[in-house]
Design a protein around this ligand. Sequence first.
Ligand SMILES: Cc1cc2nc3c(=O)[nH]c(=O)nc-3n(C[C@H](O)[C@H](O)[C@H](O)COP(=O)(O)OP(=O)(O)OC[C@H]3O[C@@H](n4cnc5c(N)ncnc54)[C@H](O)[C@@H]3O)c2cc1C
Length: 554
Amino acid sequence: MLTRQAMWDRLGTAVDLVVIGGGITGTGIARDAVRRGLSVALVEQRDFAFGTSSRSSKLVHGGLRYLEQYEFSLVFEAVSERRVLMDIAPHLVNPLGFLFPVYENSRKPLWMVNAGMWVYEGLSLFRSPKRHRTLKSKEEVKGEEPSLSVDGMTGAPLYYDCSTDDARLTLENAIDAARQGAAVVTYASAVSFVKQEGRISGVVVQDTRTGALKSVTASAVINATGPWADRTLSMSGGGKRLLRPTKGVHIVVPHARVPVNHAIVLLHPDDGRVLFAIPWGEHTYLGTTDTDFEGDPAEVAATRSDVDYLLAAARRYFPDHPVGHDDVISTWAGLRPLIAPSGVGVSESSVSREHQIVVGEDGLVTIAGGKLTTYRRMAAEVVDTAVQLMRLTTPTLPKLVPSQTEHEPLPGAVGWPADDDHDRVAAQVVEASAGHLSLPTAQLLARTYGMRAMELAKRVAADPTVAAPLVLGRPEVLVQVDWAADEEMACAVADVFVRRTQLYYRAADQGLSALPLVAARLGARLGWTEAQVAAEIEAYQAEVALSRAWRADG
Ligand SMILES: Cc1cc2nc3c(=O)[nH]c(=O)nc-3n(C[C@H](O)[C@H](O)[C@H](O)COP(=O)(O)OP(=O)(O)OC[C@H]3O[C@@H](n4cnc5c(N)ncnc54)[C@H](O)[C@@H]3O)c2cc1C
């Protein structure tokens, strides 16, 4: 069992390293550090991936746009990491074709975009998920993308990057860290630092569900709180700003309303910004916007103008499918933890345009910026920095092994077929469930849990009632709720709907019809009172309402 309560109980009074923040950055750091031989505690104020790490464009990509700025080393790093993630998480990181339509009035002519494609592939040492090719005629483009406007189009390169489930990538890092012995605790907020002679020597952690406090001493503390990084810094007395966060919004519509076969790179008709229309099973999502944001990172949400901006782009490129407000099923909004142009007045151990590691005079190691794609490499770099610091202050620190995460599969990837045959795994899942799971559900479980889907299937074989669908007509099933509580540290209804099953984004009612069932089921497993079940129902309703608040704007 890997429950949230077990993790809180595991949280001891002294460790080598405390990581604050359970996004992709924090969980990646915890996994790297515990696998090197350090004792590790990670605390997350809400759920894993509650912040930006469940609100990205869900791409593992090289960042084609950096080529425009001749940032070859950034692209090289990202495409190298794309390959690593395809190897260590093949169930979660999947090739996706991107069509890049070029029009007569495009900023770059077709020959230049084509040249960029060769450079992009060259930087991956020609190990892209697939080779690019250029669709040269409007007919060819229509053949691939019948709904896309080809008026004035001069051609369209088709290249390959990867898509992923950002929240699950984060969760798999957390699960692996926990399996290796780390205490990774959700609903546990770092509320203050313990200091000795001006240096941080520990963290006071509050269980946000019960109010209980624990003080954990550590040789090093890492601030991996993404858009909250400045707030965490201010807890240690730092006053200057490291970040200038910007908000990015995505909207989800039925696939039939924006019927794309590949991800399409679009330049917004109003301001020329790059957007994506990305196929997502029976849906398409569109994003993203880019606007300054000053408020509470926990309250970030789409506004009506964000939604209008995205719909306007879709209508321009798919004129035969005039998509409107009523087509929007769900939205999500995230904050880019971008580094402010001016520094923070602390020594920098590493600087790049993508991320920055800063070490405060009190010893707090802060990691800011970065990308989902490069999290693993970034995590290794942060742990290197923390270990150097620990060697100065803790002579008794044991000998550690170097970072190995490049070669260590994430939990769902263990035993995954070398030929990446998702269908074969899905067939095995149906078989392991003694035929009680439908093929669409087995496919969903395989791409969500990897080979761990077999364990869910075995539960179904033992008790076929847990193969019941959560929402009528959809593939998600009851056993996923049990699994989330027993093995994935879920302890709130939103943990299940938003980050363990994606029903929040994908179900037409955002999962509300299954809300009483899921709350009661979780409550029974986690020992909630009736009042707690009711409070959980209310909390999820409020979360859905926040994502729909744009409808009441203007
Ligand atoms: C719109 C958008 C699209 C993007 N698309 C992509 C993409 O397609 N590909 C890509 O590679 N990158 C993408 N990125 C970038 C990527 O998503 C982020 O760089 C990454 O998710 C940041 O992760 P993080 O762990 O640093 O921050 P977060 O995921 O925000 O995690 C920080 C965590 O710290 C917790 N926390 C805060 N304060 C405390 C406290 N006091 N105690 C305990 N916990 C605390 C928060 O609850 C939060 O969960 C995108 C970003 C945005 C905004």
